[in-house]
Design a protein around this ligand. Structure first.
Ligand SMILES: NC(=O)C1=CN([C@@H]2O[C@H](COP(=O)(O)OP(=O)(O)OC[C@H]3O[C@@H](n4cnc5c(N)ncnc54)[C@H](O)[C@@H]3O)[C@@H](O)[C@H]2O)C=CC1
Ligand SMILES: CC(C)(CO)C(=O)C(=O)O
Length: 313
């Protein structure tokens, strides 16, 4: 397949590298010193699933790339609108863009740019960052992508396309990653949203890893409350889960390793711009729209906002 990785950072670099290792024609879109290093020295991935190195074409100008079958869209949410403006020229007419970003507000921006028939909504559970220019470090989390055709929440999901099947095969055949297709894309996005708002919110606000958050009754109870609030907002917005997201994630995170943080904590502690508006800020806004109170999420948003503002300067 011809694949472009829009935002070849922690997540995009990992998946782009893995798909290229399996023989796909992968082009990286990156910028700054990371782009310079990718062009000069190639992409190095240090991974708990095995280190590897690939030399791939890399650019900061998507118009240099011939149309591709799939764009894996991995920029931070505050870059979504700018990057989305390039998608129409980058995608083949029957291609698709797959967002694996955190949050529930990215796909509508992509739909405005290229039409819903060319947008797949997705989530991923990997933990991976840019260690230094040209080097991506995958430290844990399942390197798994769950994705499905995006559609209006009031409509039935369209049939799975041949392209979605082909991409699934590509992900399943590649080393060090896996994927699954979902018919319930809205529930998939909000399910991950509930997890990330709790995990990112509590690890960033306390500056402590999961083990310490879990060991303290007050912080663990807040972790649960944040998830309950996000799921309550999802229900009010018409999202239908065939499972109990809060129970599922509390059980899973009960087993999670003590030293887990989150990408939000990483950005906070490394002076990088934070995705707070797309996470807790978004829950507050959706809660207001839906008339659902979200006091715990609002408090976390308020506690983190001054640091997010400082990191954005
Ligand atoms: N890091 C992680 O472990 C996880 C991250 N996510 C989500 O995945 C998304 C990506 O996160 P990361 O990979 O951590 O971000 P990142 O910051 O490591 O990588 C994004 C890259 O895109 C580049 N970029 C942005 N706009 C660009 C443009 N117009 N042209 C060229 N390059 C551009 C940035 O310079 C950056 O290098 C986020 O929404 C995040 O929440 C989801 C699960 C895990
Ligand atoms: C689930 C988790 C915490 C790790 O993949 C994540 O999505 C993130 O840190 O952004």
């Amino acid at each position: 397949m011809r694949i472009a990785i829009y935002g070849a950072g922690g997540v995009g670099g990992y998946y782009g590298g893995r798909l290229a290792q399996d023989g796909h024609d992968v082009e990286l879109i990156a910028r700054g010193q990371h782009l310079d290093a990718l062009k000069e020295d190639g992409l190095t991935v240090e991974s708990v699933e095995g280190d590897f190195h690939v030399d791939l074409p890399a650019t900061d100008d998507p118009s240099e790339i011939d149309p591709v079958d799939v764009v894996v869209f991995c920029v931070k949410s505050f870059d979504t609108a700018d990057a989305a403006a390039d998608l129409d020229g980058l995608l083949a007419d029957d291609g698709a863009v797959l967002s694996v970003q955190n949050g529930v507000d990215n796909e509508p921006v992509l739909v405005d740019a290229v039409g819903s028939e060319r947008v797949w909504g997705g989530v991923t559970y990997i933990f991976s960052t840019i260690k230094e220019p040209g080097v991506v470090e995958h430290t844990g989390g399942p390197a798994h992508i769950l994705y499905g055709q995006y559609h209006d929440i009031d409509e039935e999901p369209p049939e799975r396309s041949a392209l979605a099947d082909a991409f699934l095969d590509a992900c399943e055949e590649a080393t060090g990653m896996s994927a699954k297709y979902t018919e319930n894309v809205h529930a998939t996005l909000w399910d991950k949203f509930a997890l990330i708002c709790a995990q990112a919110g509590l690890t960033a606000a306390t500056r402590q890893p999961l083990g310490r958050v879990r060991a303290n009754d007050e912080s663990w109870s807040l972790y649960r409350q944040v998830m309950e609030e996000v799921v309550a907002v999802a229900h009010a917005k018409g999202v239908r889960f065939d499972w109990d997201p809060v129970g599922k994630w509390l059980d899973a995170m009960q087993e999670g390793s003590d030293d887990q943080y989150s990408s939000l904590h990483y950005d906070l502690t490394h002076g990088k711009r934070m995705e707070l508006d797309a996470l807790h800020g978004s829950v507050v806004a959706h809660g207001r729209d839906a008339g659902v109170p979200v006091p715990a999420t609002r408090a976390i948003n308020a506690v983190l906002a001054p640091q997010a503002d400082a990191n954005a300067e």
